[in-house]
Ligand binder design. Structure first.
Ligand code: MN
Ligand code: MN
Length: 288
């Protein structure tokens, strides 16, 4: 069966839209399993699986003005040029007061998106990995370095990494020494993510939140299609609870590292659902 090549029910044109979805088909620095460049179109395909109406929040997605830009034109670009292109496209969206939703591609792309934000924001990254290496495989924009790169332009006190369960020893020590805030998946599973919401609120201190999702934060049982799967992960509903609780504060979202080659569509399906949840919840809280 064939499906339209845009995100389901993203029926608005650019000018009238409040949310803009764009794909970035780039996965060249991925270290283990390649294939994340196929994710944007796979995730779009799976988005057609869902009803437009959501019985949990009683939102009908067709009431929201969402535009799907398609994929950025970055064929044969170097990673530095891709980052520049992502930054300039995100800037365009922010200048027009659009809520950016990026579909990767690999996690390093988030660096480009965040360069476009001029205001003082907080960054919440859900990730199995710390991504705090200074350099990896001779590449400073490697996906294993994204939090480190972000910390060079955004105060490290305004960054949180949630659901972590893997780091290289040196990376771990440096992150600790530099004061990076993270919560492991073990603690989220043991205590429940809600237990941390008041801590997060204090830490964020009324700043707006950019939410970055590395799909590998979700346990590989739910989302096996990713480049560097890591067992003992959190559940999809943990992330949904975060999205619902912080819906007033979230001003941008990306979902990265889905690698459709390595599953039967589960990861693309859950990624499409998270995109819908972020759009619905942020829209709902501002339109009640
Ligand atoms: Mn990761
Ligand atoms: Mn990552």
């Amino acid at each position: 069966m064939s499906f339209p090549n845009y995100f389901a029910d993203a029926n608005s044109d650019f000018e009238e839209s409040d949310y803009v979805i764009f794909g970035i088909q780039y996965d060249k620095t991925s270290s283990f399993r390649i294939g994340a460049k196929k994710a944007p179109d796979e995730i779009r395909k799976y988005s057609w699986n869902f009803e437009t109406f959501n019985l949990r929040n009683e939102v009908d997605f067709i009431d929201i003005k969402v535009h799907d830009h398609g994929n950025l034109q970055i064929d044969n670009y170097s990673i530095d040029k891709v980052i520049e292109e992502v930054e300039s496209y995100t800037k365009k969206l922010l200048n027009k007061k659009k809520f950016p939703i990026a579909i990767g591609g690999e996690h390093s792309l988030t660096t480009g998106i965040l360069k476009a934000f001029e205001e003082d924001i907080a960054v919440v990254s859900f990730d199995a990995h710390l991504d705090y290496r200074n350099i990896y495989e001779n590449e400073k924009y490697n996906h294993a370095c994204v939090i480190r790169r972000i910390s060079e332009t955004i105060d490290i006190n305004n960054i949180m990494v949630l659901g972590v369960r893997s780091a290289e020893k040196n990376e771990y020590i440096e992150a600790k020494n530099d004061g990076l805030f993270w919560i492991s998946s073990y603690d989220i599973i043991k205590y429940g993510i809600k237990k941390y919401f008041s801590d997060f609120k204090k830490k964020i201190n009324n700043k707006k939140i950019y939410l970055s999702l590395d799909i590998d934060v979700i346990d590989p049982c739910y989302a096996p299609g990713t480049g560097t799967p890591e067992p003992y992960g959190i559940k999809p509903l943990d992330l949904l609870e975060f999205i619902e609780y912080f819906s007033k504060d979230i001003i941008g979202f990306d979902v990265m590292e889905v690698c459709p080659t390595y599953d039967n569509g589960e990861s693309s399906m859950i990624a499409a659902k998270f995109i819908k949840s972020v759009i619905e919840e942020t829209w709902l809280i501002n339109n009640q």
